[in-house]
Design a protein around this ligand. Structure first.
Ligand code: SAH
Ligand code: DHB
Ligand code: MG
Length: 225
């Protein structure tokens, strides 16, 4: 065993066989996504479980997600909600959103989850107008160039104690490249600079390996909303 992708995937498989078993509804969601031709880029089972544990620790009652895909992370997060809790998830692709709605419904979470179709940046003024938020937990996992924009909006619609999490910030280690010409990487570096300068948050980034390769999450706690 060594530091290679095969090992990372094998360890994720072992974690899945032991402490993160997949249940029928999650399996059905992945199968529906596969049948509909959605790309298999959802969080891995151990990553999804981390999101769910954070949501539970948080006691989150209101959540916002950027990037629904087939609803895999949505289902995991929504399961951490109390009966009267609410999750809004934003998805640009109408076909993906339809697949997600079906899977969310099948998982018994339709009452708690709303899937909104359209580019997330265009959905935000509507949320603002409705007086949505403050959100207890925000998961940012849509178009990576806009992660800093979504993060900024999330912080403006949070309260002290809110948690904001972004996926895909490490990007095979390119986060460390000072003169990257990849716009998604430039955006993650800008996110880190913005968080460093923001007195409202206490944040960290955790690098991850596993079935999805080498990447990572940024996790920020709002300490003074
Ligand atoms: N959170 C999901 C994976 C999301 S993949 C999970 O872990 O299960 C990224 C998703 O963001 C894709 O479904 C893609 O269609 C969507 N997306 C891309 N650009 C977007 C935008 N501008 N606004 C909203 N969603 C967007
Ligand atoms: C992609 C998006 C993701 O959210 C992810 O975790 C991995 C890959 C992508 O758009 O390729
Ligand atoms: Mg992701």
């Amino acid at each position: 065993m060594g530091l290679d992708q095969q090992t990372f995937a094998a360890v994720d498989a072992f974690i899945g066989e032991t402490i993160v078993p997949e249940d029928e509804q999650l399996r059905a969601a992945l199968e529906a996504a596969g049948r509909a031709g959605l790309p298999p880029i959802q969080v891995s089972p151990p990553q999804g479980k981390l999101l769910q544990l954070l949501a539970r620790l948080q006691g989150a009652r209101t959540m916002l997600e950027f990037g629904t895909l087939g609803g895999y992370s949505t289902i995991l997060l929504a399961r951490a909600l109390p009966e009267d809790g609410r999750l809004i998830t934003l998805e640009a692709n109408a076909e993906y959103a339809e697949v997600a709605r079906d899977s969310i419904e099948r998982a018994g979470l339709a009452e708690r989850v709303e899937v909104r179709v359209g580019p997330a940046l265009e959905a935000l003024p509507g949320l603002e107008e409705e007086g949505a938020g403050p959100f207890d937990l925000v998961f940012i996992d849509a178009d990576k160039v806009n992660t800093p924009n979504y993060f900024a909006w999330a912080l403006d619609h949070s309260r002290p104690g809110s948690l904001v999490i972004a996926d895909n910030v490490v990007r095979d280690g390119s986060l460390a490249e000072t003169s990257s010409d990849d716009s998604a990487t430039v955006a993650q570096r800008a996110l880190h600079e913005a968080l460093a300068a923001d007195p409202r948050v206490s944040a960290t980034t955790i690098q991850t390996v596993g079935s999805k390769g080498y990447d990572g999450f940024t996790i920020a706690l709002v300490i003074d909303g």
